[in-house]
Design a protein around this ligand. Structure first.
Ligand SMILES: [Mg+2]
Ligand SMILES: [Zn+2]
Length: 177
């Protein structure tokens, strides 16, 4: 079936030169899950929303401190958002939350990809499939074998393995919780 994926636009930021240099030799990617890895989830393990139904972006401990100094990896977010399929969030709302996250981190993200599907769509992008990772790798010239993925769930680890990412680290270990 036809699957749609969504990718953040290439960044014009302080990492641009680093990124261009890395493209010559083969980029290393740090692939990052979103909810429960970079930002806090609510009791239902969902992205929290405020009284006006806006997604609340609250960084988890150590995330900014750990990611800000990274210069030798492209920072790429891959996130399942089946609430888009279910009509609970819009793509624009999730994109807005990712832009807010990027701003809070100091504009260091290279790109992101959102899977808006649920299991019934049988798409290639929904984790534990590796499609979001391999799509970003192709777009940004990422060498997956020397790349790392960080996530809080086993499905993140399975997606990383499916895509051929060299190393997987659980968020609690990566950020030292
Ligand atoms: Mg997660
Ligand atoms: Zn998908």
């Amino acid at each position: 079936m036809f699957a749609i994926t969504w990718t953040g636009a290439p960044r014009e930021d302080s990492h641009r030169l680093t990124n261009l240099m890395a493209e010559i030799t083969g980029n290393k990617g740090l692939f990052l899950d979103l909810g429960g890895t970079l930002v806090r989830l609510d009791q239902d393990h969902e992205l929290p929303v405020d009284a006006r139904d806006k997604i609340v972006v609250e960084l988890l401990p150590g995330v900014a401190q750990k990611l800000a100094p990274i210069r030798d990896h492209l920072l790429l977010i891959v996130t399942n958002q089946s609430k888009i399929k279910r009509g609970r969030f819009t793509i624009a709302a999730v994109e807005g939350a990712l832009r807010e996250l990027d701003h809070k981190l100091g504009d260091i993200l290279t790109a992101w990809q959102i899977c808006p599907h649920d299991d019934a769509d049988h798409c290639h992008c929904r984790k534990p499939q590796g499609g979001m990772i391999t799509d970003l790798a192709e777009l940004y010239g990422v060498d997956l074998k020397t790349s790392t993925m960080v996530g809080d769930q086993e499905l993140d680890e399975r997606a990383a393995r499916a895509a051929g990412v060299g190393k997987f680290v659980y968020a609690k270990d990566f950020f030292g919780w």
